[in-house]
Design a protein around this ligand. Structure first.
Ligand code: C5P
Length: 221
């Protein structure tokens, strides 16, 4: 069974998707980490951001491996290195490139093949797994998402203002929802869950109920 969780940055997707996979004993795939890894590869190899063909070629060559907790790029553990602001600010060069996306989609389908899996990103329910049995669109208001992000950054020792976080978030939302392919949008057959005012445990309980109701064996029993 495939469970897709899409939504904007800061909606709490990662935490919830991981916890959901854990509770269901399903595999987990963080597709944002794949876009991050390929962006890091381009940074490390000083690729030209203007050369879409070279970026696509690099994406085809990059060896990206993931397990439940770690991300490896060409054999190197890059789980922390992919979370820097430098990677985040350059990611759109890769995420907007249709040939790069094509490669990522191919890898995501290979990863999920034959597995029960929770997969998380922007285009999982729309493009990558249009036939997934359970599709979830997880979101929250811009203010709530920015407040959560600010909290996260402060814990990491960074100290931007709420206005700065909101501005960057708006930019990223706009980019994610207006790209030509793989844009952020709710699949028609996805349920939308707005997480404002809900604790992660409450969201998790709701999603577990939704997914379990669709697992054939459990429906019967
Ligand atoms: O999920 P995360 O915030 O780590 O994703 C980083 C970026 O990767 C997103 O802002 C988006 O531009 C891109 N992305 C994407 N498609 C996905 C997952 C992530 O374009 N399926």
């Amino acid at each position: 069974m495939i469970v897709t969780i899409d939504g904007p940055a800061g909606a709490g997707k990662s935490t919830i998707a991981r916890a959901l996979a854990d509770r269901l004993a399903f595999a987990f795939l963080d597709t944002g980490a794949m876009y991050r890894a390929v962006t890091l590869d381009a940074l490390r190899s000083h690729a030209s951001w203007e050369d879409a063909g070279a970026l696509a070629e690099l994406a085809r060559r990059s060896k990206i491996e993931l397990d439940e907790t770690q991300v490896y790029l060409n054999g190197d553990d890059v789980s922390d290195a992919i979370r820097t602001t430098e990677v985040t600010t350059h990611i759109h060069f890769m995420a907007d490139n249709p040939a790069v996306r094509e490669r990522m989609v191919e890898l995501q389908r290979m990863y999920a093949d034959g597995k029960d899996i929770v997969t998380e990103g922007r285009d999982q329910g729309t493009v990558v797994f249009p036939d997934a049995e359970c599709k979830i669109f997880l979101t929250a208001s811009p203010d709530e998402r920015a407040r959560r992000r600010l909290e996260e950054l402060r814990q990491r020792g960074e100290s931007p203002t709420l206005a700065e976080v909101l501005q960057q978030q708006d930019q990223r939302d706009l980019r994610d929802s207006s790209r030509g392919v793989g844009r952020l949008e709710k699949a028609q057959d996805a349920i939308e869950v707005i997480t404002d005012g809900l604790t992660p445990d409450q969201v998790l309980a709701h999603l577990l109920e939704f997914v379990r109701a669709r697992i054939p064996d459990q429906q019967d029993g």
